[in-house]
Ligand binder design. Sequence first.
Ligand SMILES: [Zn+2]
Length: 303
Amino acid sequence: MIVSGDASPPCTEVNVETFDIIYRYNPHETAIRPLPPDSNTALLRLEEGNKSFAALIDHVKDVSGIQHVIPVDPRDLGLVSGSPEMPKQRPFAAVLGCSDARVPVELIFNEGPNDLFVIRVAGNGLGTEVLGSLKYAVENLGVSLKLIVVLGHSGCGALTTAVDVFLNPPDYLALATKHSLRSILDRLLLVVQTSARKLLSAFGPDVVLRPGYRKALIEASIVTNSALAAYSIQQELGAGAPTELRTVYGVYLLETREVWVPRLGNVEAVGLAAAPHDLGGFIELGEAIVQSRRIASYIKLER
Ligand SMILES: [Zn+2]
């Protein structure tokens, strides 16, 4: 399978050269990517995969003819010589992401078929079916599964709606007959309220008057929402989860195609972070969010 970008017809906004992303099985290469043996290796593989994807798209602005190859094991496509059996499911990570079409999970992590157990729902919230799916994965795919990832993304429509309702509560009335939408929104409003209080304490009461306040609140809420989902998964799985299984989270930035989580001491950090373990973890995260250049840049916007 090939995903291609092509310079013809030319893009009017940026100069993009031809590039190919290829899923390839090469029978002459014996070293098909092995499954990560532990959560640390699984985490590094996803982080490296995302860096590789982000770098690829950066380069296609200047270099033509780039081919990016993702190796696949034919057994994961049911291509087993002489065997009619379906492939065995063996993902090394379960990913809870948003339904947003701009965040194709396997692609942005440089993964292929049978690598990831993906659950996508608007706002990457932890509803009953989502949690049930994750519990299924943990209980039935434990041999290969080493990592659970919650992946938010910048510009998330679900958080944007929640922020807009928070800033203008009468908008909530229009949702009176839309129970299914409210079920997504209601669990996000607490995250938005908490993030708003943090922005207020960090930047002062006038922050709400800044032109970029809404955008800052959306982006701060997106980070907090992902961290809260990761924390909740960790708590829900509790002692029943395999000890080597880790839960992490991150935010995919549509602007740079990198996964980002601000951390105290490294607020511009690229990669995934461990789920907060307690209230102290969330307080630290709140500090890191308001200290990050991303959030501050929105607060400083003049108009
Ligand atoms: Zn979204």
